[in-house]
Design a protein around this ligand. Structure first.
Ligand code: HEM
Length: 163
């Protein structure tokens, strides 16, 4: 019951509300999404097979969840026996005390200009198009090869220290 009422309902309905909010504010994206649906689905009923053929709409949903994630955060806590754990973020360092919890705020993480560029606050569908190559190239271009490695290293250390 909880799965359907909270996990399955609030997340998806919230995502669709935010999607229409962003599409209404971005008429070009709205038109492109509409054209894709007209071309792929047309006047027939939508089926599960259509899903993989709607990359633009999928990217719209991804970009919506980036700016307004409907599961907006999660908590991390030091592993048992690890004691206090220090986590670095940029030039700042934070201590998560043993038994304590740090909440990761995804709307802020998802708007980091170091990763997404100076237009991080904007709804730009192209950054979420499904080509992995394009996404990696984009990250390289925004943060530079060393910065990308740095981010990966930091993420690895962070995951080793917490669960
Ligand atoms: C946009 C829609 C959704 C979002 C953003 C979302 C987000 C999430 C997130 C962030 C988690 C935690 C994953 C983790 O900590 O590893 C999760 C878990 C879960 N979600 Fe969703 N969810 C969505 C749709 C749904 C739907 C439609 C259902 C079911 C009808 C559902 C059922 C669950 C369940 C059962 C879990 C727990 C899985 C586990 O712990 O094994 N979610 N979801």
């Amino acid at each position: 019951m909880i799965t359907f009422l909270i996990a399955g309902h609030e997340t998806t309905s919230g995502m669709l509300s935010f999607l229409f909010y962003y599409l209404l504010k971005s008429p070009k994206a709205y038109q492109a999404a509409q054209e894709e649906v007209d071309r792929v689905v047309g006047k027939s009923s939508i089926t599960i097979d259509h899903m993989a053929k709607l990359p633009y709409l999928t990217a719209c949903l991804r970009e919506t969840l980036r700016l307004s994630p409907t599961a907006p955060g999660f908590g991390i806590t030091p592993k048992d026996g690890k004691g206090d754990v220090n986590v670095k973020s940029g030039d700042k360092e934070y201590t998560i005390p043993a038994g304590g919890i740090a909440v990761v705020s995804l709307p802020q993480v998802h708007r980091d200009p170091l990763v997404y560029g100076n237009d991080a606050e904007e709804f730009r569908v192209s950054r979420c198009m499904p080509s992995l190559k394009a996404r990696i190239a984009n990250l390289k271009c925004v943060a530079g090869e060393n910065a990308r490695r740095g981010v990966q290293e930091a993420a690895k250390k962070c995951l080793e220290a917490v669960r």
